[in-house]
Write a protein that binds this ligand. Structure first.
Ligand SMILES: [Zn+2]
Length: 254
């Protein structure tokens, strides 16, 4: 996916630069260190293992396996989840508490994994960095300085909007991966409905997805259409209600 900034490369030749996977992971790891030190990471290994298990089940059927994915639950009332570049995915207990089953949990994980598969985060960051800094990051010598600048900028962008095209792609890939991983994709629709309902009362619900009604409606319409195209659904798709209920009971009492 060579979507980068057109610039003049070495020898005056026109070339396209893009931040390669190694640098993407280094930037994402730096951002993750910042998140780990500033957010209240849920101190329950059972929950951290659980999110990792569900996450890896989706990664296994995804289109990007050249990196290692990390999944972490943050103990916070925020109704949100996000992905840093390079496969570092975070999920707030505030969002978990809104859910009824593992398939809904998987639908949001699949959406976030899809942002990583589509390299949406690193492309957003590269645009923000500008051509000169991105060029320096890829070809320059003083990479640690530029790397640290990229990490700082990336942290500031963690909750910025993705483009609508990126969101559409994350929704489409996400539903596709859910089904491949054995989850009932109707859970993605119920998730949209929960978030739309929630967004009527609270701002900043899950990537601000409910902040503008036409957009949420469009996402629901697209999901319905995709669901129609997938049908008939494979047998044995799960919602995973019983296990998820047990996991909900493990969350810290509010
Ligand atoms: Zn998204």
């Amino acid at each position: 996916m060579l979507i980068g900034c057109a610039t003049t490369g070495p020898g005056g030749k026109k070339s396209v630069i893009f931040i390669p996977t190694g640098q993407e992971v280094a930037i994402g790891a730096g951002m993750a260190r910042h998140v780990d030190s500033t957010e209240n990471i849920l101190a329950d290994p059972v929950w951290q293992n659980y999110i990792n298990e569900v996450g890896q089940r989706i990664v296994a059927v995804s289109d990007r396996k050249d990196i290692e994915y990390h999944f972490t639950v943050i103990d916070s009332d925020q109704i949100n989840a996000f992905a840093a570049p390079g496969g570092f995915i975070y999920f707030y207990t505030g969002l978990i508490r809104e859910m009824d089953d593992e398939a809904e949990f998987a639908s949001v994980l699949a959406h976030e994994i899809s942002h990583v598969v589509g390299r949406h985060g690193i492309r957003r960051l590269q645009t923000a960095l500008g051509v000169a800094a991105a060029y320096e990051l890829v070809f320059g010598d003083s990479t640690s300085v530029v790397l640290n600048a990229a990490i700082s900028l990336g942290v500031g962008l963690l909750f910025a909007d993705y483009s609508r095209d990126n969101e559409r792609e994350a929704d489409t890939f996400g539903m596709h991966y859910m089904v491949k991983a054995g989850y009932n994709p109707n859970a993605m629709l119920s998730m949209f409905n929960i978030l739309a309902e929630k967004g009527n009362h609270e701002p900043n619900v899950f990537e601000k997805m409910a902040s503008s009604h036409p957009e949420t409606k469009e996402r629901i319409d697209r999901a319905f259409k995709q669901l129609d195209e997938i049908k008939p659904l494979p047998p044995d798709l799960i919602l995973g209600q019983a296990r998820f209920k047990q996991m909900l009971e493990r969350l810290p009492k509010k």
